[in-house]
Design a protein around this ligand. Structure first.
Ligand SMILES: [Zn+2]
Ligand SMILES: [Zn+2]
Length: 88
């Protein structure tokens, strides 16, 4: 399967509505893609009179894709950042 490695940066703050620190912004950065290899269940389609094989992920919904094409997202690091420095 194809693995998407992402870094998460969570920004937390306090505001008048919620005095407790809470996340208000989350950013995801794609840091790496580990390919799952060639498709194990290519789909044959007809294109201009000839048969062409395409990887199943370009044709099937995620649920029906083969193991090589399926994508999983792994969170590598989760960084929590306070918007303002805590005084005192
Ligand atoms: Zn808030
Ligand atoms: Zn496939």
């Amino acid at each position: 399967m194809t693995i998407y490695l992402v870094d998460i940066e969570q920004v937390i703050h306090t505001c008048p509505a919620f005095a407790d620190p809470h996340p208000f912004d989350t950013r995801r950065t794609l840091v790496d893609v580990i390919p799952g290899g060639p498709c194990r269940a290519p789909v044959t389609v007809r294109c201009g009179g000839k048969a062409v094989q395409i990887p199943c992920h370009r044709h099937e919904p995620a649920k029906r894709q083969c193991g090589a094409c399926r994508v999983i997202v792994t969170e590598r690091t989760i960084t929590t950042r306070h918007l303002t420095e805590v005084a005192g």
